[in-house]
Design a protein around this ligand. Structure first.
Ligand code: PLP
Length: 424
């Protein structure tokens, strides 16, 4: 029954029943955790063959001994492989260490303090620097901004990606806006895939926004489909070439959720001009990345087909966890008006929206019975979800049984908070 149609007496009866269920859950002393957007143990084990794969052959295709120093851009074959994933040429690709987040930080740090086009273009010379942050979004993007004193302006995330009418209006009217964060395929946390129109408008955005504007294209889930029919993502690089904006777009990716989350390979794609500027900055930080790991990755996943076959094995492991969450939400909450949620075709998250003003309470209720959820607000800049509705669910890391137990308890917490609010 829809909550708005329930009489006061019905609500009171439901409330008593829910308190009883909640008490029973409390007695079970659960110790569950749906917060971690990281691969489970079986997933990382899919890549154990990386260990020892070189078999004593440390030579790259061009004869480079990968054990030694050098090669700031990364190994040629790694640039080719990962550049192709981003839709850019090897010369437009730099392969770094184990974390794309580090590369993102380095790009922002560089643009802020050194300037992408010489020191007089450093954003830090402006009184204010602002970034557009589609919400709900990824908290670590927001942390980088906060750390760098970049003011964050939230923009709504639609099923097609960021609300581009709003984005274009904002950049047209505010020259202090220097960038936008994007997770274009299986966005964190909504799971949406940006539409072709959105990708093209983002590629054109620098023309509206000005010379020193950049698009931070974090394609962390580029190959992370759960289903064969998952929507594809248009190539932003192709649109950038058509609109002459490649200098304004930095694409990122990594194998953190392909091979080892702590021991993968990260990469950035942009114009050759940007990469050579960036390299001049990176040269002060390192003599070169871990080419041994890059070669291990190329040997393990030599081409797109190998990556896809490997990702299908990941999907087989995590799809049942996603389905457990979605089936339970559908069975328990569909048509009740107590919340709505996304049903992603890939990625690592499900985004759940409570009725306004209830996300914090649901997270607290769950926490009090041993079910840890991502803190409410984490998906918004400064941790401020004004409507207090969004909760990010991350089902990959716990076992299937734990996922089921967590979502069963979650549903009770959502119902309890909603019925209480309706009676207040
Ligand atoms: N970008 C997004 C959208 C993520 O969700 C994550 C991890 O959860 C990362 C980046 C982290 O990437 P990396 O491990 O390459 O630093």
């Amino acid at each position: 029954m829809h909550i708005d149609q329930a009489s006061e007496a019905e609500l009171k009866e439901q409330l008593n029943d829910l308190y009883e269920q909640y008490e029973q859950l409390a007695e079970r002393k659960l110790g569950l955790d749906l917060t971690r957007g990281k691969p489970g143990a079986e997933q990382v084990a899919l890549s154990n063959a990386l260990d020892g794969i070189l078999g004593g052959d440390y030579r790259a295709a061009d004869g480079t001994d990968v054990r030694n120093y050098g090669g700031l851009d990364g190994l040629a074959e790694a640039r080719e492989l990962f550049g192709a994933l981003l839709g850019v040429a090897p010369e437009e690709t730099l392969v770094g260490g184990n974390s794309s987040l580090t590369l993102m930080y380095q790009v922002i740090d560089f643009a802020m303090n050194e300037g992408l086009r010489g020191e007089d273009t450093a954003w830090a010379l402006n009184d204010q620097v602002k970034f557009l942050c589609p919400v709900p979004g990824y908290d670590r993007h927001f942390s980088i901004c906060e750390y760098m004193h970049i003011e964050m302006l939230p923009v709504p995330m639609l099923d097609s990606g960021p609300d581009m009418d709003r984005v274009e209006e904002l950049v047209r009217n505010d020259p202090d806006i220097k960038g936008i964060w994007c997770v274009p395929r299986f966005s964190n946390p909504s799971g949406c895939v940006y539409s072709d129109d959105t990708v093209e408008r983002l590629a054109k955005l620098p023309q509206l926004a000005g010379e020193h504007f950049i698009v931070m294209w974090d394609n962390a889930y580029a190959v992370h489909s759960l289903y064969d029919d998952a929507p594809a993502l248009a190539s932003i690089a192709d649109y950038c070439r058509a609109h002459d904006t490649l200098d304004h777009v930095f694409q990122f990716g990594s194998t953190s959720k392909v091979t080892f989350a702590g021991g993968g390979v990260a990469f950035v794609g942009s114009s050759e001009r940007n990469l050579s500027t960036l390299k001049a900055h990176l040269a002060f930080q390192t003599i070169g990345p871990d080419k041994v790991n890059q070669l291990r990755h190329v040997r393990f996943l030599p081409d797109r087909a190998a990556i896809e076959a490997h990702m299908a094995r990941h999907a087989a492991l995590i799809r049942p966890r996603f389905e457990a969450v979605l089936d339970t939400l559908e069975r328990e909450l569909a048509g009740t008006g107590m919340g709505h949620w996304t049903a992603p075709r890939g990625g690592y998250f499900i985004s759940f929206d409570t009725r306004p003003g209830l996300a914090r309470e649901v997270v607290d209720l769950a926490g009090n019975i041993g079910v840890k959820l991502t803190p409410a607000g984490a998906t918004h800049p400064y941790g401020r979800d004004e409507a207090d509705t969004n909760i990010r669910l991350a089902p990959t890391f716990p076992s299937s049984e734990e996922v089921q137990a967590s979502i069963d308890a979650f549903v009770v917490c959502v119902k309890l908070a909603t019925v209480k609010q309706a009676l207040a």
